[in-house]
Design a protein around this ligand. Structure first.
Ligand SMILES: C[S@@+](CC[C@H](N)C(=O)[O-])C[C@H]1O[C@@H](n2cnc3c(N)ncnc32)[C@H](O)[C@@H]1O
Length: 483
């Protein structure tokens, strides 16, 4: 530890009772799995280490303050979680990053707090002193990515805001790249449909639909609640049934599969400069490529065409025009996260490219500008509960510059809010009907014609002006005081 430090670094150690964000991401991306060893470098009190051990992983933790005597041994995955921020000396930051990477056999996970999560504090050197009296270096996402890349001489992969992976083992990197591309596209629907058809209630519902030619009503089938718990919204269940009961013609299946593979191959290209070796692809994907193209080279050439399409505003606009869900405004197209798998290939790529810059952001809606240059991830925590959900934060990515910005409305007294929520719901969603009716009422009352209703204050003023109050999905006339 640098003796020049004026602030004790261990003050920053965090108490938590679940995995930290980087560990939880690395587990979900299968970098950390049962058969591997983990070293938590700068583990603080060692909460991640205990949780990993409890879950059967071979994990050890070292920390200069809390566990200085634990021997430092190389491990398959090394985690350097929220350590770099607390180091005041820039060259010691680099040295620490290099030391941690040197101990990694397969991959290093690095996490720092990035701009939006920082406490307000007193500026100090290239960071600040927080209200808890601890030093924090302020990173932006792109500065952080560059820092890791330059210091280690590898291409870091963004797993989330403030979390990157630096791979040591090529095979592990290729597995991760292929996994992220194929998990998002090819496997998604196939696996889900198979899983649904294998479920007892799912199979019962499919039999019902085959017999009746439509989805049964609630009173005709009492398994909906249990199915929703396991498979998600009613709309998703309807789609899964539809896929099983009305399998498309072979041509359509092949066309979809081609699109999915082209998107996945383009996603791989977006994650690294070179195409992946054919033998590194999952076996079922290899078989599909062989049956759909004359050669792997041919499929790569075609997927490159998709990549070029992303930079073509007219093609992006045409793709948006062809979508039949979501909300289209003059500049932007909005859709719900659950609608992402239904997007045309080009738009799926645009969103994927944005995730390469900021990682997976917790969000409910995604906004894509009509020219495909900007993508925003929008979080409405009450989206499922209220008719006019309010925006908590947005992360906007500007693709040509690989830049992003964050807006936090958490403390705002006048946050943006949503109208016409049904645009983001499938027609079979239980809320669809009441949202549509509410919108019709709001329109009839002239509530939606004001220009300022996109924010809480404007919306409340519009309601007051018409002597109306909201109660859930109902509008109530308010008696005006007669004085
Ligand atoms: C904010 S805590 C993070 C602890 C843990 N990784 C977590 O995510 O909860 C920062 C930790 O970094 C440790 N630390 C400070 N300088 C370090 C260095 N040069 N190498 C490794 N760890 C260091 C501190 O002792 C402190 O426990």
């Amino acid at each position: 530890m640098a003796s020049a430090d004026v602030i004790p670094r261990h003050r920053t150690a965090i108490r938590r009772f679940q995995y930290s964000k980087p560990i939880s991401l690395a587990v979900s991306h299968r970098l950390i799995r049962e058969d591997c060893t983990v070293l938590d470098y700068g583990c603080g009190r060692g909460e991640d280490v205990s949780l990993l051990q409890k879950n059967g992983m071979k994990a050890e933790g070292w920390d200069p303050h809390f566990r200085p005597n634990v021997p430092l041994r190389p491990a398959d995955v090394v985690n350097l979680g929220y350590v770099l921020n607390v180091i005041e000396n820039p060259s010691e930051r680099m040295e620490t990053l290099r030391k941690a990477y040197a101990l990694a056999l397969r991959a290093l996970v690095v996490a720092v707090r990035v701009d939006q999560s920082l406490d307000k504090g007193i500026p100090f050197q290239d960071g600040l002193i927080t209200s808890r009296g601890a030093f924090q270096k302020i990173y932006s996402q792109s500065e952080f990515r560059h820092f890791v890349g330059e210091t280690l001489g590898v291409r870091p992969h963004v797993a989330g805001l403030g979390v990157t992976y630096a791979f040591k083992e090529k095979a592990e990197e290729e597995r991760y790249v292929a996994d992220t591309a194929f998990r998002r596209t090819v496997n998604y629907q196939k696996d889900a449909v198979e899983e649904f058809a294998a479920d007892t209630l799912g199979a019962a519902l499919i039999a019902h639909v085959r017999e009746m030619g439509r989805l049964p009503l609630d009173e005709e089938f009492d398994g909906f609640a249990a199915l929703e718990e396991n498979f998600g919204s009613r709309a998703r269940i309807a789609r899964l049934v539809w896929k099983t009961v009305h399998p498309e013609t072979l041509d359509e299946v092949q066309r979809q599969r081609r699109d999915e593979l082209l998107v996945a191959l383009a996603m791989i290209r977006l994650q690294g400069a070179k195409a992946m070796l054919f033998k590194m692809l999952p076996l079922d994907v290899q078989a599909d490529i062989k049956s759909l193209w004359t050669s792997y080279q041919q499929s790569l050439k075609e997927s490159d065409g998709f990549l070029f399409g992303m930079g073509n505003p007219a093609l992006v606009k045409a793709a948006i025009d062809g979508v039949s869900f979501g909300k289209k405004l003059p500049e932007d197209f909005y859709f719900h996260l659950s609608q992402e798998p239904l997007l045309p290939p080009l738009l799926r790529l645009v969103v994927f490219a944005a995730r390469q810059i900021v990682g997976d952001i917790e969000c409910d809606l995604i906004k894509v500008s009509n020219d495909g240059r900007k993508v925003s991830f929008l979080r409405y925590p009450d989206f499922d509960r209220v008719p006019h959900p309010e925006l908590k934060y947005s992360v906007k990515v500007y693709l040509p510059k690989a830049a992003h910005s964050f807006r936090d409305y958490g403390d705002s007294t006048n946050p943006p809010l949503l109208h016409r929520k049904e645009a983001f719901l499938d027609e079979l969603h239980p809320d669809y009907q009441r949202c549509t009716e509410l919108t019709a009422c709001e329109e009839a009352l002239g509530l939606l014609s004001r220009t300022d209703i996109g924010f809480r204050n404007g919306w409340q003023a519009a309601l007051r002006e018409k002597d109306i109050a909201e109660s859930g999905y109902e509008l109530i006339a308010v008696e005006r005081d007669s004085d």
